[in-house]
Design a protein around this ligand. Structure first.
Ligand code: SAH
Length: 230
């Protein structure tokens, strides 16, 4: 307890999680990173600058929160790499959405970035404990995000259709139930593939309901699993 109280002001208050460190991450995203081109959408960069990512990881990892890397969040899951969050968020915004569905709440960071953009966010998580922690973070930040403990492969039919859908865990193929809950004019962004190699896919549904698909980037996500656990 004593140790914690001593360490916190340095680790959290001024040093590795300061606004300056966050700004540096934003500049790195703008320039582009190892796995992809730069992020150009200023709204997205601003949201990344605003949302305190260090509050979405364990205190022991807070000093690494503004590195452009995925980090463990327990239960074998990870908070996504900031570049991937930014890339997915850019693709979500293309359809000028209002109501967005996320599958795989995890830490809650991606949902918080979407909420910071003024979107109405719905998010589904299969691991109860992760969802409870994420909900506490939303409350602390005063973010009004709708969430549900469920197997997200069924989507959230009662609240659909959604102007955009973002899946943050990888499946061997796009999930039909989710595609059917996507509104006309919207994008569904999802990693598709096995454990080794995945592609971040963008599925677009046009005004007539016609579907086109595009590969955005190679990515590595944890798998989309079935069922729920406490
Ligand atoms: N968007 C998260 C990323 C978390 S990792 C973030 O910003 O932190 C992916 C998450 O998807 C994990 O928490 C995992 O439990 C969850 N997940 C995997 N399969 C799922 C399913 N069928 N339904 C809902 N969530 C699922």
């Amino acid at each position: 307890m004593m140790m914690r109280m001593k360490l916190q002001p340095e680790a959290i208050g001024s040093g590795m999680t300061s606004q300056r460190v966050r700004d540096r991450l934003v500049e790195r995203l703008r320039a582009g990173t190892g796995n992809g081109e730069g992020i150009r959408d200023e709204r997205v960069l601003n949201a990344i600058r605003t949302v305190p990512r260090h509050l979405f990881v364990d205190e022991a990892l807070a000093t690494r929160a503004y590195e452009d890397t995925a980090l463990p969040i327990g239960h074998g899951q990870t908070i996504s790499q900031p570049w991937v969050v930014a890339k997915m968020t850019e693709a979500v915004l293309e359809g000028a959405p209002n109501k967005v569905l996320e599958i795989g709440t995890g830490s809650g960071y991606q949902a918080a970035v979407l909420a910071a953009l003024g979107l109405e966010v719905h998010t589904v998580e299969r691991i109860g404990e992760l969802l409870r922690t994420a909900r506490k973070r939303f409350r602390t930040l005063g973010m009004n995000i709708r969430s549900k403990h469920d197997d997200g492969r069924i989507g959230w039919p009662e609240n659909g259709p959604f102007d955009a859908i973002i899946v943050t865990a990888a499946a061997p193929a796009l999930v039909d139930a989710l595609t059917s809950q996507l509104a006309a004019g919207g994008n569904l962004i999802a990693p598709v593939g096995g454990a080794g190699s995945q592609s971040l896919m963008k599925l677009h549904k046009d005004a007539e309901g016609q579907i086109t698909q595009e590969v955005l980037a190679p990515v590595v996500f944890v798998p989309l699993l079935s069922g729920m656990i406490d």
